[in-house]
Design a protein. Structure first.
Length: 135
C-alpha cells in the first residue's frame, strides 16, 4: 500500500508537469487562436483545483489498474504497452470526441493526440519502473 501511495504521488507529479508543458506551453499559442473554446484567464485559474483533482483521480486509477494487471515480464515493455493502452482510452478517444462536438482545428487535435502519446508512454514507464520489483 505504501508503494502504491508513493507511485500515485510520483505519477501525479509527472502527469501534472507534462500536461503543463504540453497544454500550457507547447499548445498555448494554438489554443489562443480559438479563445471561444476555452475559459478566460481568471475563470480558468479559479478552476485549477478541479483540474488538479482530475489529475489526482486519474493518477490513482492509472496506478491501481497497472498494479492489478502486473505480469512477471520485463517492466519497460509492460510500461510502454500500458501507456499505449491508456493513451487510446484516455487521450485518443477524448480528443476525437471533442473534435466531433467542438470546432477544434484538426491540426490542434492531431498535436494533442501526438503529444499525449509521448506523455502516456513516459507515465506508463514511470509506473512500471516504480513497480518493477513486484514482478
Amino acid at each position: 500500500m505504501k508503494k502504491m501511495g508513493l507511485t500515485v504521488i510520483v505519477v501525479f507529479l509527472v502527469l501534472t508537469v507534462l500536461n503543463f508543458v504540453i497544454h500550457g506551453v507547447l499548445l498555448q499559442p494554438l489554443y489562443q487562436q480559438t479563445p471561444q473554446l476555452l475559459r478566460a484567464g481568471q475563470d480558468a485559474q479559479q478552476h485549477t483545483l478541479f483540474m488538479l483533482l482530475g489529475f489526482l483521480i486519474f493518477s490513482i486509477a492509472f496506478v491501481w489498474i497497472y498494479a492489478r494487471g502486473l505480469e512477471a515480464r520485463p517492466w519497460p515493455g509492460q510500461g510502454l504497452r500500458y501507456g499505449l493502452a491508456m493513451w487510446l482510452v484516455a487521450s485518443v478517444s477524448r480528443y476525437l470526441i471533442y473534435f466531433a462536438i467542438q470546432p477544434w482545428p484538426g491540426t490542434v487535435v492531431a498535436l494533442q493526440i501526438g503529444l499525449e502519446l509521448v506523455m502516456m508512454l513516459v507515465v506508463g514507464l514511470t509506473v512500471a519502473a516504480l513497480h518493477r520489483k513486484s514482478a
